[in-house]
Write a protein that binds this ligand. Structure first.
Ligand SMILES: *[C@@H]1O[C@H](CO)[C@@H](O)[C@H](O)[C@H]1NC(C)=O
Ligand SMILES: *[C@@H]1O[C@H](CO)[C@@H](O)[C@H](O)[C@H]1NC(C)=O
Ligand SMILES: *[C@@H]1O[C@H](CO)[C@@H](O)[C@H](O)[C@H]1NC(C)=O
Ligand SMILES: *[C@@H]1O[C@H](CO)[C@@H](O)[C@H](O)[C@H]1NC(C)=O
Ligand SMILES: *[C@@H]1O[C@H](CO)[C@@H](O)[C@H](O)[C@H]1NC(C)=O
Length: 514
């Protein structure tokens, strides 16, 4: 058996700049990386791993409906108690397990997420609100035992090459390749790519003949996770980390009602959203706090978008919005250059007659793809936001997260804080500009856990809420929607993308006359 260890904070290289940030903090209202990280630590289990048999085991655990009744009425909340036991069947004495839960009625294509409360003694309470009539089934999933979460966190915080980058330098016909890093590599001959104001850095080993300025492409590769665990000496936890999540179909309740539980409120920008933030029924998303228009009809979308400029900045999950809109609206056309380089950035689509422009650009390093990544196509989102003049008909949607999953949380937090400052500058020069933050959605369970587990998305979404708190921005909770849908894809399917877009448009246009 392996020696016991305590999961603590494993500070990376970033720590040095973090401390100096704290010292240099001039305005007490300005949040620092350290503040945000500190606020998030309570979500990271502090676990002493002793032996495998004492880790959480879903098959030995129970989920039971508390205070069962024969029938329920719509709007009622049901509570499930989950007792997490170890491999010997003993109730755990601490919490931190990563649990996702939902209710569903497959015959109605209906589903909603549950609110998980960790009582820190092996017991969890999960609340579900009943939104639709009929038979409703509860599904509880132990995604990772707390011991695995602790190991994932430990690996995340290590500033090590969990993704291997090769930089390709080009000058005319000469090409050279070297290794690149998402942090400052201490080596004698490196090319440093530093954005001073943003305190963002990546680096490559210096090519033999070409200059640092000739860096043109990145190639990324998932290096084997076996050496990773050897490096961090937790291979004994490997089995645990890669355990297939176990699904427990707990119980079925019957909800009596004539219709769905719908909100008649308008979708007001910046309002706090409850969890669950809504539910699917017949494949449509109904927010629990406002009235989402269906936007099934092209005319509705066109009249909503008429005269507007949309700036989508971030990753491919918001590019999906552009792809969805261009596939629905026949007059919204890609510019020729975009056609030529399909699936490459930037992508620009225009409806000249209605004066609609949608412009997607990808965020800067890190970007993970099997394809050759053109470095000039990406940019730090804060720098991009600085280029937007703003205005009443200017709408900005930002989504930054999936590509950050393998990296230390500080990297993501720093990026978000820079974006926050850029949004503050944008709002100062143009208060009417509308800004949306689309949170991360859940993805494949088959994605390699150490680097891409949904737990990374969970903690990163908490970071987004913490960083953007108090700004007049509107969150689009793609997480809640995809937990409800059990979306097993980093690129959610059409009905989910449409639901996201319809909710977004409902914020922009409450009525068909808007
Ligand atoms: C529960 O609902 C069923 C089906 O509508 C009905 O037959 C039954 O009488 C209800 N039971 C109670 C206790 O309300
Ligand atoms: C590219 O190569 C040419 C010819 O060797 C050289 O003059 C030029 O400075 C190089 N450009 C860069 C950006 O390094
Ligand atoms: C790395 O793995 C992830 C998750 O399995 C996958 O989405 C991605 O395409 C892979 N990247 C490369 C460069 O192979
Ligand atoms: C098109 O929309 C832009 C951005 O909203 C606006 O500045 C411009 O005046 C509009 N042009 C026309 C012809 O309506
Ligand atoms: C937030 O911004 C929107 C769009 O500019 C504006 O309509 C709304 O009044 C603002 N809300 C607050 C609380 O400032």
């Amino acid at each position: 058996t392996a020696p016991p260890y305590t999961i603590g904070l494993f500070f990376s290289n970033w720590n040095t700049s973090m401390q100096s940030d704290l010292l240099m903090k001039t305005r007490s209202t300005e949040k620092t990386e350290g503040d945000i990280l500190q606020a998030l630590l309570k979500y990271v289990p502090q676990v002493n791993y002793k032996e495998f048999d004492q880790t959480s085991n879903a098959k030995k655990s129970r989920a039971t409906l508390l205070h069962p009744k024969q029938n329920y009425t719509i709007g009622e909340t049901i509570r499930i108690q989950v007792d997490i036991c170890d491999h010997n069947g003993n109730l755990k004495t601490y919490g931190g397990d990563f649990i996702l839960a939902r209710i569903r009625s497959p015959e109605h294509k209906a589903a909603a997420s549950g609110v998980v409360k960790d009582l820190n003694n092996g017991i969890y309470h999960i609340d579900f609100k009943l939104f639709w009539p009929g038979q409703v089934e509860v599904v509880v999933q132990l995604v990772h035992p707390s011991e695995a979460v602790a190991a994932i966190w430990r690996a995340k915080q290590m500033d090590y090459d969990k993704i291997s980058y090769t930089g390709i330098f080009t000058n005319n016909s000469v090409q050279e390749k070297t290794e690149c890093y998402s942090y400052l590599k201490s080596s004698q001959s490196v090319c440093l790519y530093v954005d001073e104001r943003e305190k963002e850095t990546y680096s490559c080993l210096k090519p033999l003949t070409l200059s640092c300025e000739t860096l043109t492409f990145f190639q990324s590769r998932n290096i084997s996770s076996k050496p990773l665990c050897l490096l961090f000496s937790f291979c004994f936890l490997f089995k645990l980390i890669n355990e297939t999540p176990f699904i427990n179909k707990c119980c079925v309740v019957f909800c009596i009602a004539d219709e769905l539980l719908l909100s008649s409120e308008k979708c007001y920008l910046g309002t706090l959203q409850p969890v669950p933030s809504g539910f699917f029924h017949s494949g449509h998303w109904y927010p629990s706090f406002c009235n989402c228009r269906s936007f099934q009809n092209d005319n509705d979308i066109n009249s909503c978008l008429q005269g507007k400029d949309l700036y989508f900045r971030g990753d491919s999950t918001v590019r999906q919005w552009l792809e969805h809109l261009t596939s629905k609206l026949k007059n919204l056309k890609y510019l020729k250059t975009t056609e030529k380089f399909k699936s490459r950035a930037p992508m620009l689509a225009v409806d000249e007659q209605r004066n609609i422009t949608i412009d997607w650009r990808k965020h800067g390093h890190p970007w993970i793809t099997v394809h050759l990544n053109v470095i000039k196509e990406g940019n730090y989102v804060s720098r991009e936001v600085d280029k937007i003049a703003g205005g009443e008909n200017i709408i900005v949607v930002i989504t930054v997260g999936q590509h950050f999953r393998p990296f230390p949380l500080e990297l993501h937090i720093r990026r978000l804080l820079n974006i926050r400052k850029a949004i503050e500058r944008l709002k100062a020069r143009s208060p009417k500009t509308r800004v949306f933050i689309k949170l991360e959605n859940i993805r494949e369970l088959t994605s390699e856990t150490l680097r891409f587990s949904n737990w990374h998305g969970y903690i990163q979404n908490l970071a987004q809420r913490e960083v953007f708190h108090g700004l007049n921005v509107t969150f689009l909770d793609a997480w809640d929607m995809t937990v409800a849908d059990n979306t097993n894809n980093v690129h959610p399917p059409q009905h989910v993308v449409h639901s996201q877009v319809a909710l977004f448009l409902s914020y922009l246009c409450h009525n068909s006359s808007d």
